[in-house]
Design a protein around this ligand. Structure first.
Ligand SMILES: Nc1ncnc2c1ncn2[C@@H]1O[C@H](COP(=O)(O)OP(=O)(O)OP(=O)(O)O)[C@@H](O)[C@H]1O
Ligand SMILES: Cc1ncc(CO)c(N)n1
Length: 282
């Protein structure tokens, strides 16, 4: 039986995480769960698990360009996200191809450092991100340390975060979400959403867990999947928050370190099914 409705298509341009919790793997799982047909352009292969990053192997820029052309010549994505881009050369290639193919609904997760401290973006590439990619973004989703590096200002208070958000809008992104996961001093977490005119504060309770590997990738992939299906940015960030909240709450407890989030959780909750470990052990 054929699908009657047109399927939405989402593309991730990011690094591979062989452990499956972050990067391309988290993005494709999230796209699938939210009903988008997922496509991927791989910028780097990383060897990592819940204990840390053991190796980073960037792709040649030519290989990234060839993958982007294969998508562009045949498959028009309805929304795109970028994650780990590694180098200025890859950033410039992605920027050129997004412009060439006129791709819309670009979500930039400006991945810089993995939770254990390994670098996923060369230091000198930050300027390239600001110059070549952020001006094309519909939404940019830095965490607090990434927002500090982009804006070159320390972020301690909510007021600082608002100032940083203004600076990222001035760089050309239409919306910015400064995520609050790294704001560890509080029980609650606030993700700040700004469109250049109005600040929205998305508050949630902080879940006390070490299993937060790939939260940023999963969150921005959920935003992208929702945009691909025609949702507004306001709707997309709300659904993405619900998706990541469920994925962190119903932990899978995989691996000996910082484990992945539960990409099954949101849809299983929507269907009224049990999602915690008891469900998986049955
Ligand atoms: N402990 C937590 N409890 C509830 N929500 C969380 C927690 N940690 C992160 N989040 C949420 O997850 C999303 C991603 O935020 P975070 O700041 O962790 O991103 P990130 O640092 O880019 O993630 P990563 O680098 O691991 O991929 C945000 O919506 C944030 O509010
Ligand atoms: C490939 C990849 N992208 C992003 C992150 C950040 O979570 C990671 N750890 N690995």
């Amino acid at each position: 039986m054929a699908f009657l409705a047109k399927v939405s298509k989402a593309l991730t341009i990011a690094g591979s995480d062989c452990g499956g919790g972050a990067g391309i793997q988290a993005d494709l799982k999230t796209f699938q769960e939210l009903g988008a047909y997922g496509m991927s352009v791989i910028t780097a292969v990383t060897a990592q698990n819940t204990l840390g990053v053991q190796g980073v192997y960037p792709m040649e820029a030519a290989a990234v360009i060839r993958q982007l052309d294969s998508i562009g010549e045949d498959l028009t994505p309805d929304a795109i996200k970028t994650g780990m881009l590694f180098s200025a050369e890859i950033i410039q290639a992605v920027s050129a191809k997004v412009k060439q193919y006129g791709w819309k609904n670009l979500v930039i997760d400006p991945v810089m450092v993995a939770k254990g401290g390994s670098s996923l973006l060369q230091q000198e590439a930050i300027q390239s991100l600001i110059k070549h990619l952020i001006p094309l973004a519909l939404v940019t989703t830095p965490n607090i340390p990434e927002a500090e590096l982009l804006t070159r200002m320390p972020i301690r208070t909510l007021h600082d975060r608002e100032e940083a958000a203004k600076r990222i809008i001035q760089m050309g992104s239409q919306y910015v979400v400064i995520k609050g996961g790294h704001d560890t001093g509080k029980d609650g977490i606030i993700d700040l959403v700004y469109d250049g005119g109005h600040f929205a504060y998305m508050e949630s309770k902080r879940i006390d867990t070490q299993h937060t590997h790939g939260t940023g990738c999963t969150y921005s992939a959920a935003v992208t999947a929702e945009l691909a299906s025609g949702k507004t940015v306001d709707e997309a960030v709300r659904t993405a928050k619900g998706f990541i909240q469920a994925a962190i709450e119903d932990q899978l407890s995989i691996g000996g370190g910082h484990g992945p989030t539960n990409h099954f959780a949101y849809q299983r909750r929507m269907r009224g099914a049990a999602t915690g470990p008891q469900r998986f052990l049955q």
